[in-house]
Design a protein around this ligand. Structure first.
Ligand code: ADP
Ligand code: MN
Ligand code: MN
Ligand code: MN
Length: 346
């Protein structure tokens, strides 16, 4: 038997976006534990905005488990927060609101800033570095400094060792700003892995004295880019049947539900969705082929393949909760009748 360090990780009840929390328990297994072998656990919800002090117990229900390469015999256990009965989802548990759909695929592009001493990494103590231009996908000390690349490489290795479907990295437009992408099949998979990748990044950067700034416009109304988390999505029907008519009905549904989407696409998004810096205004809805100034970008390949494939919702911001984003996208898609059903109704 081996003693495993099980890190139970969950989202707290803070608004408008939750924080990651985690604590360790040691348990003996003959080999790396499967999800079914991981017990429910509890925590003090009165310390995480999830319960009153009088009745503070909340339940942690494991929903995914990943090897933790940073620890000997470590396991990362993603959990949903449940009520004391162990079966009713807690109000803060947005993962439980995601429709079941094994044919739904999501790809999230997480942009973020490294922050040191309250400033983006690589910014001078006062004032600004040279303006944006050379930093995006840049190489060399003057572009990316001496530590950022070390961190993103370490983070990539931790994600790959955990079995997270990490798809790539790039240095972003602002100094100190980076991106990574996570793709997953199934309505919850990419969101689970995004939260776990965020956890690994925040834990990793502790030892560098660096924080991750997820705010969508940390430098305010300046010429410095904000951060997004573009959500690429498709369903089996979109990939295999699709068609122009279905696509147009889908886009009408997204337009009708504009405010519901914006409500879960991350706080302060009006600061970022201004119509500048490759964004559409927060008050408008538009879509366009290869249009990075639209709310939804339609890839060239989508049109070429007879309006089949995936779409990119460019509005979610870097601080958004991928559970709530996936939940709302699937909810809106579910309101659109499929071609056969529409024909029958007509
Ligand atoms: P860009 O920066 O040009 O928008 P990226 O390469 O950063 O593009 O991100 C594209 C994302 O689209 C990736 O996360 C990828 O996994 C995702 N993606 C590709 N095909 C599909 C699909 N069929 N369904 C959902 N997402 C997809
Ligand atoms: Mn990208
Ligand atoms: Mn980007
Ligand atoms: Mn994108």
């Amino acid at each position: 038997m081996t003693k495993y360090k099980l890190e139970y990780i969950w989202l707290d009840g803070y608004m408008p976006v939750p924080n990651l929390r985690g604590k360790t328990q040691i348990k003996e297994y003959s080999s790396f534990p499967s999800l079914e072998e991981l017990p429910l656990w509890g925590f003090d919800g009165s310390s995480t905005m999830q319960a009153e002090g009088k009745s503070s117990d909340c339940v942690l229900k494991p929903v995914a488990v990943y090897p933790d390469a940073a620890r000997t015999n470590g396991a990362l256990v993603m959990c949903e927060v449940m009520m004391p009965d162990g079966v009713t989802p807690h109000a803060s548990n947005k993962r439980a609101t995601i429709l079941d759909d094994s044919g739904a695929w999501f790809g999230f592009e997480q942009e973020y800033f490294f922050y040191k001493n309250g400033r983006p990494l690589g910014f001078p103590d006062s004032g600004y570095p040279a303006p944006q231009g050379p930093y995006y996908t840049g190489v060399g000390y003057s572009k990316v400094g001496d530590v950022a690349r070390k961190i993103v490489e370490e983070h990539l290795d931790l994600c790959l060792a955990a079995g997270i479907n990490h798809e790539g990295i790039n240095a972003e437009v602002a100094k100190g700003q980076w991106e990574f992408q996570i793709f997953g099949k199934g309505s919850r998979r990419a969101a689970d892995e995004m939260w776990m990748a965020r956890y690994l990044m925040e834990r990793l950067t502790e030892k560098y004295g660096i924080d991750i700034e997820y705010h969508c416009k940390p430098l305010g109304a300046t010429d410095w880019n904000g951060s997004g988390m573009h959500a690429n999505f498709s369903t089996t029907y979109m990939r295999e049947v699709g068609g122009k008519e279905y696509f147009e009905r889908l886009m009408s549904a997204f337009e009708v539900a504009r405010a519901d989407h914006i409500a879960v696409y991350g706080p302060d998004n009006h600061l970022r969705l201004t119509g500048k810096h490759e964004t559409q205004s927060i008050h408008a809805f538009s879509y366009g082929v290869a249009d990075r100034g639209a709310s939804i970008r339609v890839p060239h390949s989508f049109v070429r393949n007879g309006y089949r494939g995936y779409l990119e919702d460019r509005r979610p911001n870097s601080q958004g909760d991928p559970y709530q984003i996936a939940s709302q996208i699937l909810k809106t898609i579910s309101t659109v009748p499929l071609a056969g059903a529409a024909a029958k109704a007509a």
